[in-house]
Design a binder for this molecule. Structure first.
Ligand code: SF4
Length: 510
């Protein structure tokens, strides 16, 4: 039996045992959020999440932005081919940016794939899977432009306490290193009423934090002709009762206007945090990147943000080794980084992305030069991050307790979460302390700083100061639903309480 024949052997999702699925996600937050929508669409069509890696349907949500994305995808597909041979009825779907870019190349290189779909038609996945199964042939559907705003699709959220909300998709800029405009199309803005309705629904489900998401959030409104739409949206979201933390990503320095800074400063639930990509500190390189601001404007925005929001933690993205970058250009980047005092930075080594204008520019920088500059930049930024974090020692922080933020929490007996300024904080749970739930707020004092996190361990061993939240209650309910354990009552401050670990409950005594 050939792999193509296997397709017709797939039982219908209507069969008595629901088909299981898994979504593997590569790339940015936009992709992570898209994957929530893919899961939501599949579950609305009757699929159920697989336990572990063994699934009837494997969906790969690809990213074309990162280096070697193609190699990783085809490596993954190669492994899945042998899994599929041993599992009757299994289907493989590939979607996202790389699918949008490569289209039928994927089916030529990996003919055992059942469905290829683009960034504009995520909602079609269940029907494409069904069609591929029924016809016994691969389905390819790539739309060139968006038909339905993705946020109208069902969503399966990964977190009960925090959610992503798309305000726009696509981008009208033409940065020469970026593949997004050609894959995600022109910016499409969602109506403010729809955005606010989705936030309200999230809050009604227990979320206390949202992150507004767009390739270029502060050009929001360009489609319906309101230049101040983003600031207005922040203020309107700030009036939603029960919503305690609003974040957004990412703004573009060229479109960053003072009305947004005012809205940030005057809306208590907008967090004192800003992630704004610098990309380069050299004006010459910024021009070659077709980024229309210059370093002076960038630094001016930081000054104005810090003037209005003194505790703001500012982070950024920087690309090292863009074609034509000289040592002098790179030193400009170091200078701007030194002046900017970023709390953290995502630094990237430039590498060619086929299909982007920069890919064919002359003067590509040799790998070892890029590596050497990258290391110098990382060393500088790590030093600054550490200095900025050390300045936090002794300060009080409000930590939104997270699940899955602290990879070493099991070994260190700590829990983790994000402070209001988005710094990662780990804190010890003293022996006789009540234990917070993901979604609860913990009030602690920073005792130690590392470049990438803060510690807030109380040396006195006093019980944690916890504010139980609706988000914590929602976490309890979700845990109870997933393991048929009755949900616990909200934790009284300092009282023994039930901690749900996803298995039988464990009672923590005092
Ligand atoms: S602003 Fe530039 S880097 Fe960001 S998505 Fe648009 S084109 Fe890409």
């Amino acid at each position: 039996m050939t792999l193509l024949d296997d397709r017709s052997a797939a039982p219908s999702p209507d069969a008595l045992t629901p088909r299981t699925y898994i979504v593997r996600t590569y790339g940015c937050q936009m992709n992570v959020h898209d994957s929530e929508r893919l899961s939501g669409s599949l579950e609305a069509a009757g699929y159920v999440p697989a336990e572990g890696d063994d699934a009837d349907v494997v969906v790969i949500n690809t990213c074309a932005v990162r280096e070697n994305a193609d190699n990783k995808l085809y490596g993954n597909l190669g492994q899945l081919a042998s899994v599929k041979r041993g599992r009757e009825g299994m289907q493989i779907a590939v979607g996202g940016c790389l699918a949008q870019k490569d289209k039928n190349v994927i089916l030529e290189k990996a003919p055992w794939v059942d469905v290829v779909f683009g960034t504009h038609n995520m909602g079609s996945l269940p029907s494409l899977l069904e069609r591929a199964r029924h016809n016994g042939a691969a389905e390819l559907e790539i739309l060139e432009s968006l038909e339905v705003f993705p946020s109208t699709l069902p969503t399966k959220r990964d977190s009960t306490y925090s959610g992503w909300v798309s305000i726009s998709v696509g981008c009208n800029n033409t940065c020469t290193f970026c593949i997004v405009p050609s894959l995600r199309g022109k910016e499409k803005d969602r109506r403010p009423g729809d955005v606010l309705a989705e936030i309200e629904a999230l809050v009604a489900d227990g979320a206390i934090e949202v992150t507004l998401l767009g390739q270029n959030v502060n050009s929001y409104g360009v489609e319906f002709g309101d230049r101040q739409a983003f600031a207005k949206l922040l203020r309107a979201a700030g009036r939603i009762e029960g919503l305690q933390r609003i974040r957004f990503t990412s703004p573009h320095p060229a479109a960053f206007t003072d009305d947004v800074i005012d809205a940030m400063a005057e809306t208590p639930s907008v967090m004192p945090q800003l992630h704004m990509p610098l990309q380069s500190g050299s004006d010459r390189v910024l021009k070659a990147m077709r980024r229309s601001y210059r370093s002076e404007r960038f630094l001016g925005i930081l000054d104005r943000v810090r003037h209005r929001i003194p505790d703001a933690a500012i982070s950024t993205d920087i690309i090292v080794g863009f074609p034509g970058e000289t040592e002098e250009d790179f030193e400009d980047t170091l200078r701007v980084v030194e002046q900017s005092r970023f709390a953290s930075a995502f630094t990237f080594q430039y590498s060619i992305r086929p299909g982007t204008p920069a890919a064919t520019m002359p003067d590509q920088i040799p790998k070892q030069v890029v590596q050497e500059r990258y290391e110098r930049l990382a060393e500088l930024q790590d030093r600054i991050s550490w200095q900025e974090n050390r300045a936090q020692v002794g300060r009080g922080v409000e930590v939104l307790v997270a699940s899955g933020e602290g990879r070493k929490d099991g070994a260190t007996h700590r829990m983790s979460g994000r402070a209001r300024d988005n710094r990662l904080v780990h804190f010890e749970v003293p022996q006789h302390s009540p234990v917070p739930r993901p979604g609860d707020l913990v009030h602690a004092v920073v005792t130690q700083a590392a470049p990438f996190h803060l510690l807030a361990d109380d040396p006195s061993g006093s019980p944690l100061r916890i504010t139980p939240t609706r988000a914590g209650d929602a976490w309890d309910r979700a845990e109870a639903d997933s393991c048929a354990v009755p949900s616990a009552a909200p934790a009284e401050q300092g009282a023994p309480r039930v901690v749900s670990l996803g298995l039988p409950t464990l009672r923590i005594g005092r």
